[in-house]
Design a protein around this ligand. Structure first.
Ligand SMILES: Cc1cc2nc3c(=O)[nH]c(=O)nc-3n(C[C@H](O)[C@H](O)[C@H](O)COP(=O)(O)O)c2cc1C
Length: 218
């Protein structure tokens, strides 16, 4: 529990294999109390969380996997036009780092699509919603609380994986979890104990050098 923030930022990576061990409610409450320390515009704290565990999580995963197969939805970059080569290269980098650790014969896309809809077998799925009264500017605040959550989870010995794919099924999620029409499903997060023995958790994505994404003006 006494890792520095810098250690946590460097160490954390997404978890795509979990132990079959529930995360206790008190632990999830602590996690959420840390995630909600995030800054937000005018301190609006526009985020809302739905915590899905136990049988309800199994039902949700089953529904999402079914819908994904029916509608042939796939994880994509959410881009408005074809991506430039440097973005494509980063995507390729993720594929290359994960591919050697996938079970033999598994297609990368199938693993990501099915895995995402199943929250990679994590015992808990967290759904973050935003009231539709807000403009897309408030998605920034959701991103920050997501960042706090994944870092806090890491310190607490929990693995996480943000899951954007499920937003393709926002109507189904709202219906299944009794979430009001007034809320937008922004992102899901798989939360659970990491299966350290799984090769899937050995993959470590890289980052481009800071100089590739920074311009200095003096
Ligand atoms: C907003 C957002 C949505 C994401 N959606 C998915 C997803 O649907 N499925 C998945 O497997 N990973 C998803 N990820 C995880 C990214 O693939 C991962 O963060 C990225 O490859 C960097 O790897 P790292 O988290 O291990 O550092 C998402 C991450 C973010 C921030």
């Amino acid at each position: 529990m006494n890792m520095s923030v810098i250690d946590v930022m460097k160490e954390r990576r997404s978890t795509r294999a979990y132990l079959d061990k529930p995360v206790e409610r008190e632990i999830l409450e602590r996690l959420l109390s840390l995630a909600t320390q995030a800054p937000s515009a005018i301190n609006l704290q526009p985020w809302e969380f739905v915590i899905v565990s136990g049988e309800e999580k199994k039902r949700l995963s089953k529904l999402l996997v079914k819908r994904m197969r029916e509608r042939n939805i796939s994880c994509g970059p959410g881009a408005k036009k074809p991506l430039s080569e440097h973005f494509v290269e980063r995507q390729r980098g993720l594929l290359q780092c994960m591919l050697p650790n996938l079970p033999e014969g598994t297609r990368f896309d199938d693993f990501i699509n099915e895995g995402s809809c199943n929250f990679y077998g994590a015992p808990t799925a967290i759904i973050i919603t935003l009231d539709k009264v807000f403009s897309s500017a408030r998605l920034t605040d959701i991103g920050i609380t997501l960042g706090y959550l994944v870092l806090a989870a890491h310190v607490m010995g929990l693995g996480t994986c943000p899951i954007g794919l499920i937003t393709a099924f926002d109507d189904d999620i709202r219906e299944q979890l009794n979430i009001s029409e007034e809320k937008q499903v922004v992102v899901g997060i798989a939360v659970g104990y990491r299966d350290e023995s799984s090769p899937l958790n050995k993959s470590r994505s890289d980052r481009v050098p800071v100089s590739d994404v920074v311009k200095w003006r003096e």
